[in-house]
Design a binder for this molecule. Structure first.
Ligand SMILES: [Ca+2]
Length: 183
């Protein structure tokens, strides 16, 4: 059996060398089904997060959770990744969804930066999306590992009980397509 295993490993290496390098996500923190994911170390308002992801890697956008399978992967990976960079201080991550195109019609923005597409599934929290005006941008609620979606002011500011603006900027996860296996 030992020799057989060595033979399999040797054949696998030959196949790698002949057909190309192993598929991977250089510079990313995680990968899942052809997509690379990277957590940025800073916090941003929603538009700042969009720009920060675009500047990270060509084709990179903010996180959009488009399938239940992607959601399950993120539940497993993201909470630990965020805790590692923020000591548990980061509770919300912007999502690349909004109703900026049509009020109360929340959609995912397309990865090419133009247009949008509807949800394949949704995970809105209780009483979300909010009925409050100006709550046009989406984020992911990681408090208590809820992993539900909220709508929030895109500026990253809320008014406190005295009517004063308080920063509630979120952290940002970027995603981008895995480089081609055949490059
Ligand atoms: Ca996605």
């Amino acid at each position: 059996m030992f020799k057989f295993n060595l033979l399999i490993i040797a054949i696998s290496c030959c196949v790698c060398n002949v057909f190309g390098k192993k598929q991977e996500c250089p510079g990313a923190d995680a990968q899942f089904e052809g997509t690379c994911y990277k957590v940025l170390p800073d916090q941003y308002d929603w538009m700042g997060g969009v720009a920060a992801c675009a500047n990270t890697t060509p084709g990179s956008t903010m996180l959009a959770i488009e399938t239940e399978e992607e959601n399950e992967f993120l539940k497993t990976w993201l909470a630990g990744a965020i805790a590692a960079i923020s000591n548990g201080d980061y509770k919300y991550a912007w999502l690349y969804g909004s109703d900026l195109g049509e009020n109360k019609n929340f959609l995912w923005h397309n990865s090419n930066g133009t247009g949008s597409h509807p949800f394949g599934f949704d995970a809105w929290g209780i009483d979300q999306p909010s009925s409050k005006p100006h709550y046009h941008c989406m984020d992911l609620n990681l408090e208590d590992n809820l992993f539900t979606w909220d709508s929030y002011p895109c500026t990253g500011f809320l008014n406190n009980s005295n009517g004063e603006p308080v920063a509630v900027e979120d952290f940002v996860v970027c995603e981008y397509p895995m480089p081609s296996l055949w490059e």
